[in-house]
Design a protein around this ligand. Structure first.
Ligand SMILES: [Zn+2]
Ligand SMILES: [Zn+2]
Length: 240
């Protein structure tokens, strides 16, 4: 994260915490109801019976984080400080809850940031992405711009050990692109991607990979349209 976004504050600890997982860690915190973020020393999160504690290796900055930083009307209506921000991350599991058998300490995972209830009609019909009780890391609960983050084990997705961390931290966004591209059967069809932010750009590659006959892309930024070509678009159009 760029230094210009941060007010350095509080005690700075060594980046590699080696004690038992009780103590403090560094975290980027929305401390009060105004613009900006602070680097603070906060408690290492507790690990519930079905949670894992992740030592964050990489985290990426989402547009949502900029809303929170700037404290725009959306953030003012949604965010309740103090809050550890950030929701896109990968890292190593350093502790597992009492009832966790699916993963082990040392596993390298990416975090799914939407913590869903598992009980509502949407969750029970395989549509957890529409869960009415969703709580999002770094928005509704403490997030991952920190040395450690605790997440439910079902939000931890195993990565191959050699996946670069800067790629692994984007797995959730990539998942959005995959989900979107699979919503319709694009095989042998012409596909238009409108908007070439990171998810749109990834959707171009996914549509190609699953058999689209041609993929076109629109955006208002020449830079993003260049990226769209790099991602495999057949043609791009500036919608201005
Ligand atoms: Zn995001
Ligand atoms: Zn639900």
């Amino acid at each position: 994260m760029g230094g210009d976004l941060l007010t350095i504050f509080g005690e700075v600890l060594p980046s590699h915490y080696t004690g038992s997982m009780v103590g403090t860690m560094r975290a980027v915190v929305k401390a009060k109801s105004s613009s900006g973020l602070e680097l603070r020393s906060v408690s290492i999160p507790n690990v519930g019976p079905r949670d894992v504690l992740v030592k964050v290796r990489a985290a990426s900055i989402c547009g949502t984080d900029l809303h929170i930083y700037r404290w725009d009307p959306w953030a003012q209506a949604r965010i309740r400080p103090p809050l550890v921000v950030g929701h896109e991350a990968c890292g190593q599991i350093v502790e597992v809850g009492r009832d966790v058998a699916e993963v082990r300490v040392g596993d390298y995972i990416s975090a799914e940031s939407h913590v869903v209830c598992g009980l509502c009609d949407m969750c029970r019909t395989g549509r957890g992405h529409l869960c009415r009780n969703t709580r999002i890391l770094g928005i509704d609960r403490n997030g991952c711009f920190a040395e450690y983050v605790a997440i439910p084990v079902i939000n931890a997705w195993l990565n191959p050990p050699d996946m670069p961390p800067e790629i692994a931290s984007l797995q959730e966004n990539f998942g959005n692109a995959v989900h979107t591209a699979f919503t319709a059967d694009v095989r042998a069809k012409k596909v238009l991607v409108t908007g070439c932010g990171p998810v749109g750009l990834m959707a171009i590659a996914v549509a190609r990979a699953i058999g689209a006959r041609a993929v076109y892309a629109t955006d208002i930024s020449p830079y993003r349209l260049q990226l769209a070509l790099k991602m495999g678009a057949d043609a791009t159009f500036n919608s201005r």
